[in-house]
Design a protein around this ligand. Structure first.
Ligand code: URA
Ligand code: SF4
Length: 239
């Protein structure tokens, strides 16, 4: 079975799924859409009104903005894979509940395994929490982190940026850095090398901004200083 067929198999299961109560109120399930060999995968929260009508992710206002953001780095939605942490619309767009997230997670895990993207961009709180359970989006947005050998880049949800205009430039700036991060994702840290490095070098690899070690070193001090004063939890997780 090739990637496309494997994704179609998952989509067929999702469309019939009754693992959680969201199946009762859905019109169309929204398994996900895009390139079965994508280098970048975007994971949002859950289908909204328009997605529930059409069975496709990010086709409403947030989707239009997402397409503009993709265009700003010369990508179209056909180049990437877009999905959500829950595949059926929560009634009135309420937040997904823990048991719904848990019930749906297996589909997402299988999609990630099949596509094997270089980068996963999380859009919003719930997809961020899957990979970075204690992170605060206002602190970590746009900053890549290796999680289980894959580069995770948390971003504000496009809908949040539409509701709160001041976030828009940040989302745009975070997107502009994605091509650079794809290049960085070509070189995941080797686990055995990481172990043999002093802790400070290992954490440097997780710092977001720069592709060369020298640039990382130059930036380490001001970065730590800034965060150690403002937020000790941040310093511990070394974002
Ligand atoms: N918001 C999401 O999180 N996902 C969608 O598919 C659409 C809007
Ligand atoms: Fe199944 Fe996920 Fe839909 Fe719940 S949200 S019914 S687990 S596909």
């Amino acid at each position: 079975m090739d990637n496309q067929e494997a994704l179609e198999q998952i989509a067929a299961e999702v469309k019939q799924c009754d693992r959680c109560v969201l199946h009762l109120s859905r019109k169309k399930a929204v398994p996900g859409d895009g390139n079965a060999h994508a280098q970048i995968m975007f994971i949002g929260e859950g289908p909204g009104f328009h997605e529930n009508e059409q069975g496709l992710p990010f086709v409403g206002a947030a989707g239009k903005f997402l397409e503009e953001l993709l265009a700003s780095i010369n990508l179209r939605r056909e180049d990437v894979f877009i999905t959500n942490v829950v595949k059926c619309r929560p009634p009135s767009n309420r937040d997904p509940l823990p048991d719904e997230l848990a019930a749906c997670d297996d589909y997402l895990e299988r999609q990630i395994h099949i596509i094997n993207p270089k980068i996963i961009v999380t859009l919003g709180r719930y997809s961020m929490a899957k990979f970075l359970p204690n992170a605060k989006i206002s602190v970590v947005h746009g900053k890549p982190k290796w999680v289980n050998g894959r580069l995770i880049v948390p971003m504000y949800h496009p809908a949040a940026a539409l509701h709160q205009g001041s976030l828009k430039p940040q989302v745009e700036a975070d997107f502009k850095r994605l091509p650079e991060l794809i290049a960085m994702a070509e070189h995941p840290p080797q686990p055995n090398k990481l172990e043999s490095m002093p802790a400070s070098s290992a954490t440097m690899l997780e710092l977001p901004q720069f592709s060369t070690l020298q640039a990382m070193k130059e930036d380490l001090e001001p970065f730590e200083e800034k965060h150690s004063q403002s937020d000790s939890a941040t310093q511990l997780t070394l974002f």
